[in-house]
Ligand binder design. Structure first.
Ligand SMILES: CCCCCCCCCCCCCCCC(=O)SCCNC(=O)CCNC(=O)[C@H](O)C(C)(C)COP(=O)(O)OP(=O)(O)OC[C@H]1O[C@@H](n2cnc3c(N)ncnc32)[C@H](O)[C@@H]1OP(=O)(O)O
Length: 256
């Protein structure tokens, strides 16, 4: 047990660049939007340095992205950097979040995992390398308005009802978007409750938009709502309310 703990601590020491993120997380929240902006910027800059080799950023366009996926990606991406009247570039209201197949390379995810499982562990939504086969998505954050937008193209491996996306795959994406949003707002969290109403099926291969909004924060609780619509916003696919509880990250690692 002591050796395992030592390994974890050593692993985390390797995450030198995480310290600034953790400092951000520990700071009292005087203004969520300002803290959120700084946190997102720090996270985006620090993430690639957590890996020994250059990691693949799964949220960048690839050959499988269809025209709707590209249109919405460009819509939000063009608002990440805007031009002033004087022709200078400055940060816009949105930030694209990079996305890797393992967030914390050295995190054990629990002291009882074998080394093989640890080395093979991958983020659920990013574990299929074949472009376009499963979850193709890119997430943008608007810290000022405390909202997130995710463009999601559902691949052929996500079939549930014939020709349509599996409800569990939709729930996975909702959990990912609201969970990331809650993490940005509140630091480390776990999903306590997801309440999803499925209103209309999502055709396999289509691109949809997930938008999440902060409803309220109460102590350790962060309440987020999320809607999934067709890419042009005309059709509502799902409506969700979610509850996230702030956790002490070490509890997760110690399996307590
Ligand atoms: C640039 C930025 C990058 C960001 C980078 C992030 C990247 C990231 C990417 C991946 C994003 C994926 C996001 C996946 C996120 C998961 O999928 S997490 C996995 C699924 N969730 C779980 O496995 C959680 C399992 N449950 C638990 O561990 C525990 O029940 C919990 C949720 C931690 C709560 O336990 P606890 O801390 O002991 O809390 P407890 O004392 O029981 O309750 C505290 C309060 O909450 C209430 N509560 C607890 N549970 C519930 C519930 N289910 N319903 C209603 N109320 C509840 C209690 O009633 C109590 O209320 P008060 O009496 O205080 O008013």
């Amino acid at each position: 047990m002591a050796r395992s703990l030592g390994r974890i601590c050593k692993g985390f020491q390797c995450l030198g660049s995480l310290s600034s993120i953790q400092t951000q997380l520990r700071q009292p929240s005087t203004s969520v939007s300002v803290r959120g902006t700084t946190f997102v910027r720090t996270m985006v800059q620090a993430l690639p340095s957590l890996f020994s080799s250059k990691p693949r950023d799964f949220s960048l366009p690839n050959s499988s992205w269809g025209s709707e996926m590209m249109r919405l990606y460009e819509h939000y991406n063009s608002q990440c950097e805007v031009e002033t009247e004087g022709g200078e570039k400055q940060e816009g209201p949105w930030r694209r979040l990079p996305s890797y197949n393992r967030l914390l390379k050295y995190a054990t995810g629990g002291v009882y995992l074998s080394k093989i499982i640890q080395s093979k562990a991958r983020l659920f939504t990013r574990n299929i390398r074949d472009p376009g086969a499963a979850f193709e998505y890119v997430l943008f954050v608007n810290s000022e308005e405390q909202k997130c937008a995710c463009v999601f193209q559902a691949g052929h491996l996500l079939e549930g009802p014939p020709g349509h996306v599996h409800g569990g795959a939709i729930a996975t994406m909702i959990d990912t978007v609201t969970g990331t949003h809650a993490t940005i707002l509140s630091g480390p969290v776990m999903t306590a409750n997801l309440n999803i109403n499925y209103r209309s099926p999502i055709p396999l291969g289509s691109t949809v938009l997930l938008e999440s909004f902060l409803d309220k924060k109460e102590g350790r609780k962060t309440f987020i709502s999320c809607k999934v619509t067709s890419s042009n916003g005309s059709k509502l696919h799902t409506e969700t309310t979610a509850l996230f509880l702030s956790i002490n990250f070490s509890h997760l690692l110690l399996g307590e």
